[in-house]
Design a protein around this ligand. Structure first.
Ligand SMILES: [Zn+2]
Ligand SMILES: [Zn+2]
Length: 162
């Protein structure tokens, strides 16, 4: 039982690494045609980028339905990551929900500001902060932007903190 819980939590943590790498090298690389919808003005509740979430959900459900006990724990960890992504990224950071809580906790604020910066940088290949639940400090991000001399725009399609 403890081993299964460990597998669940390790998968949950590992998924942030997988998500960060996928965001940087797939979604901002060959998969940009789907992810681009997320970097443009948001009109409806859904966007083409949500297909990545659907793929994660199908993989997680597949593991939970067809896998053995270990595979089910991995599937549950991946599903939990997807749910946290929906709450943190779609809900708190982008406020795609009818209820729009403002991030006030220092961790949430850091996540929010770092992700705003991710969206403010127009060069998709040279953006910053690709994580969904982990964000580098503002100083690290500023240093990266200054080093690469990227033009940023604070007036992106996403709202500023109220
Ligand atoms: Zn992105
Ligand atoms: Zn985003």
């Amino acid at each position: 039982m403890i081993a299964h819980l460990l597998i669940f939590f390790c998968t949950l943590v590992a998924m942030e690494g997988v998500g960060t790498l996928a965001h940087k090298y797939i979604m901002h690389g060959p998969g940009w045609w789907l992810h681009r919808s997320h970097h443009e003005a948001h009109l409806g509740a859904l966007e083409a980028n949500d297909l990545y979430l659907l793929a994660l959900a199908l993989a997680a459900i597949g593991l939970m339905v067809m896998g053995d006990a270990v595979a089910q724990c991995i599937g549950a960890g991946a599903a939990a990551y997807g749910l946290i992504y929906v709450v943190f990224h779609d809900g708190l950071v982008h406020r795609h929900w009818p209820v729009r809580p403002s991030p006030r906790h220092p961790y949430l604020l850091r996540l929010y500001q770092a992700h705003l910066m991710h969206h403010a940088i127009k060069d998709r290949r040279n953006s910053v902060s690709f994580g969904f639940l982990y964000a580098p400090s503002q100083a690290t991000l500023n240093a990266h932007v200054q080093a690469s001399d990227e033009p940023t725009s604070a007036s992106g399609p996403h709202t500023q903190l109220d």
